[in-house]
Write a protein that binds this ligand. Structure first.
Ligand SMILES: *Cc1c(COP(=O)(O)O)cnc(C)c1O
Length: 226
C-alpha cells in the first residue's frame, strides 16, 4: 500500500481554503517522487524545491508540464543547472544572484521570473534584503539592464513563532513595502504583482495580509524527514 494516499485530499482541503486569486506552490522538498506524483495526479502543477540536486533529479523524471519554483537560498554557482527549466526563483536575495540568473537565462534564450526576498522576520539567520537594502539596490538601477529576468514581486517569511500578532505585523510590513516598491519602481510593470507569503503554519494570516502566492509543504505532504 502506498503511504501517499492522503496527499490528494489534503491538497484539495488546502486549495478549498484559498481564495481564487491566491496561487499554491506545493513545497515538495525532502519528499520522494511518488509523493509529487500523487499531488500531480490530483491536479497540482506548481511545485517548490529548495535544493538544486534534489530538484534536478525530480525534474528529470516527472512530467514536463510542471512549473518548478526554487524557493530556498540559491548559491550563484548552482544557477546554471536549473536555468534551462526553472519557472520562478522565489528568493533572490542579492544583486549578484540576480545578475547570474540573468546571465544563465540569456544562454538559454529564456526570461526567468524571480521574486525579491525581503528579510523582515526577527531571526538573524534568514536570508533576504532588508527594506533599506532593497531600496538601495533598486535605486542604483543596474537591475534595469537585466533583460533576461522578470521581477514579479516580493517574497517574505514571517518570524517563526506562534504569536499571531507578530506574524501579522511581519506580513503587513511586507504588504506595505510591496505597495511602496510597486509605486516607486514598477508602476508601469503589470508583471510586478506577486506577494509570496504564507507557509503551512501561517498561510491563513498571510492571505488576510494580501498574499497572492502561498508556499505550503507540511499541510499537504506531511512532516519532512531530513
Ligand atoms: C520549506 C519551506 C516552505 C514550506 O514550509 P511548510 O511549513 O512545510 O509549509 C515554504 N517556504 C520556504 C522558503 C521553505 O523553505
Amino acid at each position: 500500500m502506498s503511504g501517499y494516499a492522503g496527499i490528494g485530499s489534503r491538497l484539495a482541503k488546502v486549495k478549498e481554503s484559498l481564495p481564487q486569486n491566491v496561487r499554491l506552490v506545493a513545497v515538495s522538498k525532502f519528499h520522494p517522487v511518488e509523493a509529487l506524483e500523487s499531488a500531480y495526479a490530483a491536479g497540482q502543477r506548481t511545485f517548490g524545491e529548495s535544493h538544486e540536486q534534489e530538484l534536478s533529479k525530480k525534474q528529470a523524471v516527472l512530467p514536463k508540464d510542471i512549473d518548478w519554483h526554487f524557493i530556498g537560498h540559491l548559491q550563484t554557482n548552482k544557477v546554471k543547472y536549473i536555468a534551462p527549466y526553472i519557472s520562478m526563483i522565489d528568493a533572490v536575495d542579492s544583486l549578484k544572484l540576480l545578475k547570474e540568473i540573468n546571465k544563465q537565462a540569456a544562454k538559454h534564450d529564456r526570461v526567468i521570473k524571480v521574486l525579491l526576498e525581503l528579510h523582515i522576520a526577527e531571526e538573524a539567520t534568514k536570508y533576504g534584503f532588508t527594506p533599506d537594502g532593497l531600496r538601495q539596490m533598486l535605486d542604483e538601477g543596474e537591475w534595469r539592464q537585466l533583460k533576461n529576468v522578470e521581477i514579479c514581486g516580493l517574497m517574505a517569511m514571517a518570524t517563526n513563532t506562534d504569536d499571531e500578532i507578530r506574524i501579522r505585523k511581519d506580513f503587513n510590513l511586507a504588504a506595505s513595502l510591496f505597495d511602496e516598491i510597486k509605486s516607486k519602481y514598477f508602476a508601469d510593470a503589470d508583471s510586478f504583482c506577486e506577494r509570496s507569503w504564507g507557509m503551512s503554519g501561517d498561510y491563513k494570516v498571510a492571505v488576510e495580509c494580501r498574499s497572492t502566492m502561498v508556499r505550503i509543504g507540511t499541510a499537504i505532504f506531511g512532516e519532512r524527514e531530513y
